[in-house]
Design a protein around this ligand. Structure first.
Ligand SMILES: [Fe+2]
Length: 182
């Protein structure tokens, strides 16, 4: 049986690998890519402290539950601080649910106020959740995922998103490669 910790770790691992790939496509420095990898790997670690029944709830969730789930960002951030991770990593985790159009959380940051590492993780995290089904129960086909993300493009840094989409469209072995690497 897949337990919660494994699910969180697997998701973190996939997001970390794809974020690294994206960082390479963007020609970021090796040091920056390493930090982005670590931020992506740990972005959801705070979820292990939340009630699994609420995290896995299917269908409509209440306003209270929404607020409760959003707490994972603060929990992940404080865990990263506790583990004395570099401030670049802590920031990446802390802002991974901010949207480029300012509609995200926890601080409603907008555009380039959001650190680059978080803008990268925001895109890859959304993609993995839709592909693997952590949001909607079952995963979706890649074409459908891209269609959904295209509609939501205002939430993402457009330049990075377009690079990501190109990378994904040219790369068929997403899942098999991740499985081999695991
Ligand atoms: Fe998250």
């Amino acid at each position: 049986m897949v337990n919660r910790e494994n699910k969180i770790l697997d998701h973190g691992y996939r997001v970390a690998l794809l974020s690294k790939k994206l960082g390479q496509t963007m020609e970021l420095s090796e040091e920056e890519i390493d930090y982005i990898y670590m931020a992506a790997l740990n972005h959801d670690i705070g979820k292990q402290y939340l009630d699994i029944k609420i995290l896995n709830k299917k269908g409509e969730i209440t306003e209270r539950e929404k607020i409760y789930i959003k707490m994972h960002v603060l929990l992940s951030t404080s865990k990263a601080i506790e583990k004395q991770m570099d401030v670049y990593i802590v920031k990446g985790i802390s802002h991974h649910h901010e949207n480029f159009d300012g509609t995200g959380y926890p601080y409603n940051l907008k555009g380039y106020e959001i650190p680059l590492q978080s803008r990268i993780i925001r895109i890859v995290d959304t993609y993995d959740n839709l592909m693997m089904g952590t949001c909607f129960g079952e995963g979706l086909r890649r074409e459908k995922v891209i269609e959904i993300m295209d509609k939501d493009i205002s939430k993402f840094d457009k330049d990075i998103y377009l690079k990501f989409r190109k990378m994904i469209e040219n790369h068929d072995g997403y899942l098999s490669e991740l499985k081999t690497a695991n």
